[in-house]
Design a protein around this ligand. Structure first.
Ligand SMILES: Nc1nc2c(c(=O)[nH]1)N[C@H]1C(S)=C(S)[C@@H](COP(=O)(O)O)O[C@H]1N2
Ligand SMILES: [Mo]
Length: 352
């Protein structure tokens, strides 16, 4: 798919409205299982009122199957990202969870909601059974998530990627909360359809070498030219004896339940597990004892306090992907957010 920049900023259209959602139970995305609504949206966002109305259209649609109780917004926030190239509108919900609407320069891209898994109890028994079996239920006109995003993958160009600003030091993120005591040696489990494998710490250190990389956070900051001690992911999995299929997805989970997902091919060709930084061991804030590095993908994919690797045949959202962030997240293509706007997808397909 072509980058979206070229197809944004068209004529003012109808205000953003959610057309449909794919709702499913996600047991990997966060510390607790979540009910995730991945929603299709059309139209423009010309004001905060239009954004709120768009969020309300999402909650109304969910209310048709969940009943309205608990879905009332308790607040409303706006967060510009990446030098105002993107804006996230969000509301926390009375019964827990939140709804988000993402826009790029006034064009709605996608909407999503994450709800406590207990919400499933409110769905009628037939639909509940399907959700518990791991199937998705469809409300309205919901787009399928792309199995993989086709189209040319540009190599990162020279210079700083679009929408990024260099800063000298890392900003410490821990969406799941900072971990308490950290184990001093990495214990990483690899779950595959064939079985479970363990990453041997000595093998991890043996396979590691120093390399210089930049890290780009999707919110717009970059930390450039840091020296990491890191082992190529393919080599780590080989040494663990884990069978590695040629396609599929890799979902990384942190000790505290944070998670992120990446195409397996991308992770095998360009991914590392880091154990050191700037001549020393990783600090607690940077994700000790081990973190994922996926240098061509935005920072949210680089799970810190890495505890589990899941090799999956099908796509599953991680922590931020369940909240509207991109399935793949290539920096060179500015893949910051999912696109669930049929008009944009059509326009991008025409351009490609
Ligand atoms: N476990 C965990 N890993 C995480 C995150 C997080 O919240 N929890 N945030 C991600 C994001 S959004 C970014 S940009 C980078 C930031 O890395 P840093 O905290 O070392 O600066 O970590 C990523 N890894
Ligand atoms: Mo980030």
């Amino acid at each position: 798919m072509a980058p979206i920049q070229g197809v944004l900023g068209g004529d003012p259209g109808l205000p953003a409205e959610v057309l449909g959602c794919r709702v499913y139970l996600n047991r990997l995305a966060g510390p607790e299982p979540l009910l995730v609504a991945d929603c299709t949206v059309a139209g423009t966002v010309a004001s905060r009122d239009e954004a709120r109305a768009g969020l309300e259209s999402l909650l109304r649609l969910l209310g048709e199957v969940l009943g309205p109780g608990g879905l009332e917004p308790v607040d409303y926030g706006v967060e510009p990202l990446a030098r105002r190239r993107f804006t996230v509108h969000s509301s926390r919900l009375r019964g827990g969870g939140e709804a988000r609407l993402v826009e790029a320069r006034g064009t709605a891209l996608a909407a999503a909601a994450v709800l406590p898994a207990g919400t499933v109890a409110r769905v009628d028994p037939g639909a509940r059974e399907r959700l518990e079996r791991g199937e998705a239920i469809r409300l309205g006109e919901a787009l399928e998530p792309p199995v993989y995003l086709p189209g040319p993958v540009l190599e990162p160009g020279d210079g700083r990627p679009a929408g990024q600003k260099a800063i000298p030091r890392f900003v410490t993120y821990a969406a799941e909360g900072l971990p308490g005591a950290t184990p001093s040696t990495p214990a990483i489990r690899v779950y595959t359809p064939q079985g479970t494998y363990v990453v041997d710490q000595e093998a991890l250190l043996e396979a590691a070498g120093w390399l210089v990389l930049d890290m780009h956070c999707v919110t717009g900051w970059s930390v450039e030219g840091k020296r990491w001690l890191a082992a190529p992911l393919r080599e780590v999995l080989r040494r663990a004896g884990a069978p590695v299929p040629s396609g599929g997805w890799l979902l990384a989970r942190s000790a505290g339940g944070y998670s992120s997902v990446a195409p397996l091919g991308e992770a095998l060709e360009h991914g590392y597990i880091a154990v050191g930084l700037e001549g020393g061991p990783l600090s607690q804030d940077r994700g000790a004892p081990a973190r994922l590095l996926l240098p061509r993908l935005y920072g949210w994919k680089h799970a810190k306090w890495l505890a589990e690797i899941h090799i999956l045949t099908g796509y599953v959202d991680g922590y931020w992907e369940a909240r509207g962030y991109h399935e793949r997240g290539l920096v060179a293509l500015e893949e910051r957010f999912k696109i669930r706007n049929p008009e944009l997808l059509e326009a991008a397909a025409r351009q490609a």
